[in-house]
Design a protein around this ligand. Structure first.
Ligand code: XUL
Ligand code: CO
Length: 439
């Protein structure tokens, strides 16, 4: 098989002074941060759909990039194999060790699922062959249950039982593929699991059905030896007006309600969190404190746009807070999947590589700075001190469950006017962060 990206060398670390656009400035895979190699802290993954599929089409215009990778006709098995060749060459040159996929990213979908599955068998054999002799693995797999018109009303939440059954068939195959690739996880992003209007929607029934489908997925996955985590990837809207997995807190509540919380974790995507009106960091924290911070879809949105722009991560502050949350949570069992696409006018092969270099360098910087914030200790110490009133006296009694409303009321009567709770020192803390970022 001939080289596809002939003008692109293996991407190496050259350090912050390098002016070479095809080199890492901060991602140094072997560098030790807090006792672990950067590459272990940052298991990066390539998103099959954006990197090998998305070619720039938007609502107002067609493709700008050529992602045929030498195949004569797009949407054929020849093209599917060319994507595999391109993907593996790309990952090797970038030093990326994981990939994520939807079933229909891998092959063109046929009308008959038996034919689609036959194609998936063929391409997955080809991928397995490629994986041999490399250290490239699968981070997670998923089924696309949102693009085909049959999913206009969702998959698990569809009003049609036949559509529900079709979704089950796709999930079954996608889990089998994930297991075949030795994947670490299986994702449910509820693409159209939501509603446009309550006038035609039975929310309770739809949510129960989604839970039924997830339960079947867990049972089947475990029965064929899948021992990774299932993930919910929350997103509040787009394509549906209202999606059930609105944010981490909502998804966690749902999993607990239906007894799925032992098998599932969160896959938090930055741009989804911000669409929900949160910071990326907020949804990471909510997942972490519930023991459910599983994996990350790394990207960023645009403050001025109200939709999922899936830009490559560039904002070092955001990446720092992400890595701070991840380090505090003890790392990820999953990884960092670049669910990001180069902008439509960034249509060249160089842009494919430079986008990933930007994303990986941004997260490497985030890791370095988050480790410095933790090692500096002033922020963590401040937060600890802020709650010190709960470590002695009445505060200790509250935490230890030794009080009730009556005893606290008696205490308050004796106390008179409570002192103010102490300055939050937000500006001082922000100054410390800037000092660490640029000092
Ligand atoms: C869509 C999105 C998906 C999921 C996988 O916003 O993020 O690509 O990551 O289905
Ligand atoms: Co995503």
């Amino acid at each position: 098989m001939s080289e596809i990206f002939k003008n692109i060398p293996e991407i190496k670390y050259e350090g912050p002074k390098s002016k070479n656009p095809l080199a890492f400035k901060y991602y140094d895979s072997e560098k030790i941060i807090l006792g672990k190699k950067m590459s272990e802290h940052l298991p990066f993954a390539m998103a099959w759909w954006h990197n090998l599929g998305a070619a720039g089409t938007d609502m107002f215009g067609r493709d700008t990039a050529d992602k045929s990778f030498g195949a004569k006709e797009k949407g054929t098995m020849e093209h599917a194999k060319a994507k595999v060749d391109a993907g593996f060459e790309f990952m090797k040159k970038m030093g990326i060790r994981y990939f994520c996929f939807h079933d229909v990213d891998l092959v063109p979908e046929a009308d008959d699922i038996k034919e689609t599955n036959r194609r998936l068998d063929e391409i997955s054999d080809y991928i397995l062959e490629k994986m041999k002799g490399t250290d490239i693995k699968c981070l997670w797999g998923t089924a696309n249950m949102f693009s085909n018109p049959r999913y206009m009303n969702g998959a698990g939440s569809s009003n049609s039982a036949d559509v529900f059954a079709f979704a089950a068939a796709q999930i079954k195959k996608a889990i089998e593929l994930t297991v075949k690739f030795g994947g670490r996880g299986y994702v449910f992003w509820g693409g159209r699991e939501g509603y446009e209007t309550l006038l035609n929607t039975d929310v309770k029934f739809e949510q129960e059905n989604i839970a039924r489908l997830m339960r079947m997925a867990v049972d089947y996955g475990r029965s064929i030896g899948f021992d990774g985590y299932f993930y919910i990837e929350p997103k509040p809207k787009e394509p549906m007006k209202h999606q059930y997995d609105f944010d981490a807190a909502t998804a966690i509540g749902f999993l607990r309600q239906y007894g799925l919380d032992k098998d599932f974790q969160m896959n938090i995507e930055a741009n989804h969190a911000t669409l929900a009106g949160h910071t990326f960091r907020h949804d990471l924290r909510i997942s972490a404190i519930n023991g459910m911070l599983g994996s990350v879809d790394a990207n960023q949105g645009d403050m001025l746009l109200g939709w999922d722009t899936d830009e490559f991560p560039f904002d070092v502050y955001e990446a720092t807070w992400c890595m701070y949350e991840v380090l505090k949570a003890g790392g990820l069992k999953g990884g960092f999947n670049f669910d990001s696409k180069a902008r439509r006018p960034s249509y060249t092969v160089e842009d494919m590589f430079e986008s990933y270099i930007l994303g990986m360098d941004t997260f490497a910087l985030g890791l370095i700075k988050a480790a410095e914030i933790i090692e500096d200790g002033r922020i963590d110490e401040f937060v600890k001190e802020r709650y010190s009133s709960y470590r002695t006296g009445i505060g200790k009694d509250i935490v230890e469950g030794k009080t009730d409303l009556a005893s606290l009321a008696a205490y308050a009567e004796k106390m008179g006017k409570p002192e103010l709770p102490g300055s939050g020192r937000q500006e001082r803390l922000e100054g410390i962060v800037n000092q660490i970022m640029f000092g």
